[in-house]
Design a protein around this ligand. Structure first.
Ligand SMILES: *Cc1c(COP(=O)(O)O)cnc(C)c1O
Length: 410
C-alpha cells in the first residue's frame, strides 16, 4: 500500500476509524438540533446545564458585541485585555475560591501553557493514563520526563513520585474523566502529592458547574481546597455554555503563568463579548442550582432505566454515561441506528479511547426532558439487540490511548 494521504485515509476507513463531521444547521432549545433537515435529540454535547442556548447568555454576548465590537484586537499583554476579561477573571477566582484566575482561549491551550510554564527539562510530569488528550499532549510537549500511571491508581502514583528525580514534580489529572465519566480519586492523589512535594493540577472541564454543593466541581465534591489542589483548570465551553477556559490558583502561580505560559502570551485574547456571555452564564450557574441538580437526576434516571434494560454501563454517576460496545464497528453501527431513530449519540473510538474500548458516549443535559431519557434507553435496548457488545480487554489494563484524539469521535 502507498504511503500518501489517500492510503492513510483508506486504512482509517478499513479499520472503522474514519471520522466525519456533521453539519449542524441549527441548535434548538431542549437539547435539540437540526442535521440534514431533521430534528434530533442531542445526547452528545457538553452543554450540561443547557446554557449554550439560554437567551440571557446569548443576549449578553450580542449586547457586548454591539458595545465592544467583534474582537479583542490583540493579545492580553498588548492591548487585548479588556475590562470584561478582567471582571470575568475576578468572578472566576471568587467562584473557585482562589486568589486569582487567568483566562485562556481554550482548555487545550490552558493545559499546554500550564505544563510548559511549570515543567521542563530535568522535571517530572506524571499523568493518569486516561487523561484528556490536551493534558497528555501538554505533558509530552513540555520537555519534562513524562509518564502515565494506571487509571485511578494512587498507589502507582505514589511509587512513581518516590522515584522521581530532583526537579519539579507536576501531577496532572482530569477531575471527571471525559470519556468514562468517573472521578479521579483526588483526596488520594492530593495526599501523595503532599508527601512528595509535587504540584497537583486538576483539569475539571466536566465537573465545574455540575458537581459540588455550589457547582465548584470535583474538588468541592471531595471537600478539598486550594491547599490540596493548588492549580485548577476549567473550561467555559461546557457547563458554562460559552467558550474559552481559565486557570485558577494563587496570586504568584497565576502571575507566573502570565509571564511564562506561551499559549497565553502569543495569542489573541478572546472577544470581550465572549467574556460577557460567560459572566452571564456564571451568574445563572450561581442563581439556578436546580440546573446541576436536574442533570444529575437525569444521569441517575438514565442509569436506573439502563440497568433494568441490561445495558453495558460504566461506573459513572456524572452526566457522562458511556455504553461500552468494544469494537469501532459496533459503536458506529449503533450510533447510526440511533440516528435513524432521531437520537444523536456519538461513537467514540480509538485513539480517543483505548483499543477495544469503543463506546457510545451519552451525555445528558439539564435541557433534556425526562421523556427524552426514557426514549433513549428504549432505543438503546432495541439497537443493542442488533449490535451486541463485541468484547474487548477488561478496562484497567488498556493499551496506551493515543494523544491525538478529540471530543467528537463520530
Ligand atoms: C474539553 C476538554 C478540554 C479542552 O477544552 P477546550 O476549551 O474545548 O479546548 C480540556 N480538558 C478536558 C478534560 C476536556 O474535557
Amino acid at each position: 500500500m502507498g504511503s500518501g494521504p489517500s492510503a492513510h485515509l483508506a486504512a482509517l476507513r478499513n479499520a472503522g476509524l474514519y471520522r466525519r463531521r456533521r453539519v449542524v444547521e441549527r441548535a434548538l432549545p431542549g437539547a435539540r438540533c437540526v442535521v440534514d433537515g431533521r430534528e434530533l435529540v442531542n445526547f452528545c454535547s457538553n452543554d450540561y446545564l443547557g446554557l449554550a442556548q439560554d437567551p440571557r447568555v446569548a443576549q449578553a454576548m450580542a449586547a457586548a458585541a454591539i458595545e465592544f465590537g467583534a474582537g479583542s484586537g490583540a493579545s492580553h499583554l498588548v492591548t487585548g485585555h479588556h475590562r470584561a476579561h478582567h471582571a470575568l477573571e475576578e468572578e472566576l477566582a471568587a467562584f473557585t475560591g482562589r486568589e486569582r484566575a487567568l483566562l485562556f482561549s481554550t482548555g487545550y491551550m490552558a493545559n499546554l501553557g500550564v505544563a510548559a510554564a511549570l515543567a521542563g527539562r530535568g522535571d517530572t510530569v506524571l499523568e493518569d493514563r486516561l487523561n484528556h488528550a490536551s493534558l497528555l499532549d501538554a505533558g509530552l510537549l513540555c520537555g519534562a520526563r513524562f509518564s502515565r500511571f494506571p487509571h485511578g491508581d494512587a498507589d502507582a502514583l505514589e511509587r512513581r513520585l518516590g522515584t522521581a528525580g530532583r526537579g519539579h514534580r507536576l501531577v496532572l489529572t482530569d477531575g471527571v474523566f471525559s470519556m468514562d465519566g468517573d472521578l479521579a480519586p483526588l483526596p488520594r492523589y492530593a495526599a501523595a502529592c503532599r508527601r512528595h512535594r509535587a504540584m497537583l493540577v486538576v483539569d475539571d472541564a466536566h465537573g465545574l458547574g455540575v458537581l459540588g454543593l455550589n457547582g465548584g466541581g470535583t474538588v468541592e465534591h471531595f471537600g478539598l481546597g486550594a491547599a490540596d489542589v493548588p492549580l485548577l483548570v476549567g473550561t467555559l465551553g461546557k457547563a458554562f455554555g460559552s467558550f474559552g477556559a481559565f486557570v485558577a490558583g494563587s496570586r504568584d502561580l497565576v502571575d507566573l503563568l502570565v509571564q511564562r505560559a506561551r499559549t497565553y502570551i502569543y495569542t489573541t485574547a478572546l472577544p470581550p463579548a465572549v467574556a460577557e456571555a460567560t459572566r452571564a452564564a456564571l451568574g445563572i450557574v450561581r442563581a439556578e442550582p436546580w440546573r446541576a441538580a436536574r442533570v444529575l437526576a437525569h444521569a441517575a434516571r438514565f442509569r436506573a432505566l439502563a440497568e433494568q434494560a441490561g445495558l453495558p454501563l460504566a461506573a459513572s454517576s456524572t452526566p457522562i454515561q458511556p455504553v461500552l460496545l468494544g469494537t469501532p464497528q459496533a459503536a458506529t453501527a449503533a450510533s447510526e441506528a440511533l440516528l435513524g431513530r432521531g437520537l444523536l449519540v456519538s461513537a467514540i473510538r480509538p485513539p480517543t479511547v483505548p483499543e477495544g474500548g469503543s463506546r457510545l458516549r451519552v451525555t445528558l443535559s439539564a435541557a433534556h426532558a425526562e421523556a427524552d431519557i426514557e426514549r433513549l434507553v428504549d432505543a438503546l435496548a432495541e439497537v443493542l439487540k442488533r449490535y451486541p457488545v463485541q468484547t474487548c480487554p477488561p478496562p484497567g489494563d488498556r493499551s496506551v490511548p493515543g494523544t491525538s484524539g478529540g471530543q467528537s469521535g463520530v
